[in-house]
Ligand binder design. Structure first.
Ligand code: 4AZ
Length: 247
């Protein structure tokens, strides 16, 4: 997160980190942000899977304020299977969404706690007003050219952009589709950045934080008049539900 502020996982208990086992390093390496939507289900960005990692190399870390520090509140879960959206476009990042099922013997995977709690999903028809104040979070870079991800979870405040301003002209002439939404901050230039991908954009709806976006792409981080681009989660509620029902 560029700008924003350091946070505590209890402020974003649905925030997850996706890690992948690298045999050459003999250890797990941070790959992307992700979001807990149900005890055994995680959303992330499809573009995190540049390589079609075998599911058994992936782990999901929940409940951590510090990215690399073990904590008594953490829950580390294996991945049983994952689905990349069938229409994901690797050139435009259209349909940049993937669903992961966590492994469990009992049918319970993540256990609710102050540090670990699923986010609410929106109804498919939910449209929030332009300029609604929302929140992003992640362990990603704090500036575009930083060499490192953040040691600690951060949060930023961004406002939903009118869709008519979410256009290639504002985004280095890259394709923008109706499956994307833009959000940004004019005051402090809070924005998502590299490493935050797959993480949450949540907005208040009836007093609950609701997952409206997944961090997807942008032109740099926190550039003036340049929004961050997010996967429009309302367009995938039926896709998510049908996979969960069938699996
Ligand atoms: C990235 O590279 C990335 N400013 C994600 C989000 C944004 C920029 C880059 C939005 O994963």
């Amino acid at each position: 997160i560029r700008g924003g502020q350091v946070s505590d996982i209890r402020e974003q208990p649905w925030q997850a980190a996706m890690t992948v086992y690298l045999p050459r390093k003999r250890s797990y390496s941070f790959l992307c942000g992700a979001v807990l939507i149900d005890s055994c289900w995680i959303l992330t960005a499809a573009h995190c899977f540049q390589e079609r990692f075998d599911a058994n190399r992936l782990q999901i870390v929940l409940g951590r304020t510090f990215r690399l520090q073990n904590s008594s509140s953490e829950q580390i879960l294996d991945v049983e299977k994952y689905w990349i959206h069938e229409q994901y476009n690797d050139d435009t990042f259209d349909n940049d969404i993937a669903l992961l099922k966590l492994k469990s013997e009992s049918g319970i995977c993540a256990v609710n706690s102050p540090e670990v709690l699923p986010v609410c999903l929106p109804e498919p028809n939910l449209v929030l007003p332009d300029l609604t104040e929302c929140e992003i979070s992640g362990y990603g870079k704090e500036t575009e050219f930083s060499a490192f991800n953040s040691d600690r979870i951060k949060r930023g405040r961004v406002r939903l952009w009118p869709q008519e301003q979410c256009v290639p002209e504002k985004l280095a002439d890259r394709v923008v589709t109706p499956n994307m939404l833009c959000a940004g901050d004019t005051r402090n230039l809070d924005d998502a950045c590299k490493g935050d991908s797959g993480g949450p954009l949540v907005c208040p709806k009836n007093g609950r934080m609701t997952l409206m976006g997944l961090i997807s792409w942008g032109d740099g981080c926190g550039k003036k008049d340049t929004p961050g681009v997010y996967t429009r989660v309302t367009n995938y509620i039926n896709w998510i539900s049908s996979k969960m029902r069938a699996n």
